[in-house]
Design a protein around this ligand. Sequence first.
Ligand code: HEC
Length: 116
Amino acid sequence: MPVLAVIFILVSLNADDLREGEKLFSQKGCYACHGIDAKGNSSYPSLAGKEVKYIVDKLENYKRERIKSQRSDIMTSYAKNLTKDEMKKIAVFIHSLKENKREGEEFFEDSLYESD
Ligand code: HEC
């Protein structure tokens, strides 16, 4: 396959993940605490720009109840409502919010799905 075709496919896949991630972030209610720009507030942590792998790992750990903090129960119930695939898409979206970039030109530099 020509290199350009490969690049095109990669770009569209990531754009899809980004769009779906954005949708999931509101459908699953994440924005209610973390804010629509995922920047958090005085009560809830900021997520914007964090690495995809970091976010997916955190969500997996909440889901499997491997994180136990004073307030982790909140996240456990939300993480249990996510499949691995949904976590990745949400993470791609959250990561793209780095420096207020919404269309995520930057996230190619990172290996998105290395957590598998
Ligand atoms: C009801 C409020 C609330 C909602 C809704 C919520 N969160 Fe959280 N989130 C929290 C709190 C509180 C913490 C910190 C928990 C702790 O102390 O471990 C947290 C922590 C996190 C962390 C770890 C941050 C870090 O750097 O350690 C991630 C990732 C995260 N939330 C993602 C999400 C996603 C994705 C959703 C939607 C599916 C979501 N949250 C919905 C309250 C919420």
